[in-house]
Design a protein around this ligand. Structure first.
Ligand code: FE2
Length: 187
């Protein structure tokens, strides 16, 4: 599977720059997780992160959350891109579509999505808006404050523990991942 082709497809279906940046952030976290959990398939994990929200502008998820995920899979099949592992990882990131995560790449996709938004929210609270300024301890502290960035699902983030990686480790590698692309995140 070809990351460049995946990025072309992403840009064909997503026009809002915020979603492109969010997709890049999730891709970066998925890459770090793959290095630990599935080093033979790093490209596939990156692509799952990059394309997890592909249908954001192609379906009415605000009205019906169950279409978010399956519509991305339909688009990818139409584009003759991907395989079942990729499709299931994308479906798993939105349990409301009815598919439940059961493999490492699926738990990773489910957890990386809210973690990227959570870290972005914390970074935005700093004067320089840089992920580099965020400490692991701040992520863990904020995690416990249920009203802080409440849209970032704590249970989904905690799903990472099913892969054997604990929350602290996950926060650390996600911060590393996102700081490497700090300039592209536009926070
Ligand atoms: Fe997302």
């Amino acid at each position: 599977m070809d990351r460049e082709k995946a990025f072309q497809i992403l840009n064909k279906y997503i026009k809002e720059p915020f979603y492109i940046r969010h997709s890049l952030a999730v891709e970066a976290i998925m890459k770090k997780l793959a290095e630990r959990l599935d080093p033979e398939n790093i490209e596939l994990w990156k692509i799952a992160g990059l394309l997890h929200d592909l249908d954001e502008e192609s379906c009415n998820w605000k009205e019906d959350m169950s279409v978010h995920g399956p519509t991305s899979v339909e688009i990818l099949k139409k584009e003759n891109f991907g395989n079942d592992i990729l499709y299931h990882a994308i479906l798993a990131h939105n349990p409301k579509c009815g598919y439940k995560a059961k493999t490492n790449i699926e738990y990773a996709c489910l957890a990386a999505d809210p973690m990227s938004g959570f870290i972005a929210a914390i970074a935005k609270g700093y004067p320089d808006h840089k992920v580099k300024s965020v400490k692991v301890s701040s992520v863990l502290k904020r995690f416990k404050e249920t009203r802080y960035a409440s849209g970032a699902s704590r249970p989904y983030m905690l799903a990472i523990e099913r892969t054997g990686i604990d929350l602290e480790d996950f926060a650390k590698l996600s911060l590393e991942a996102m700081s490497e692309i700090d300039e592209k995140l536009g926070l």
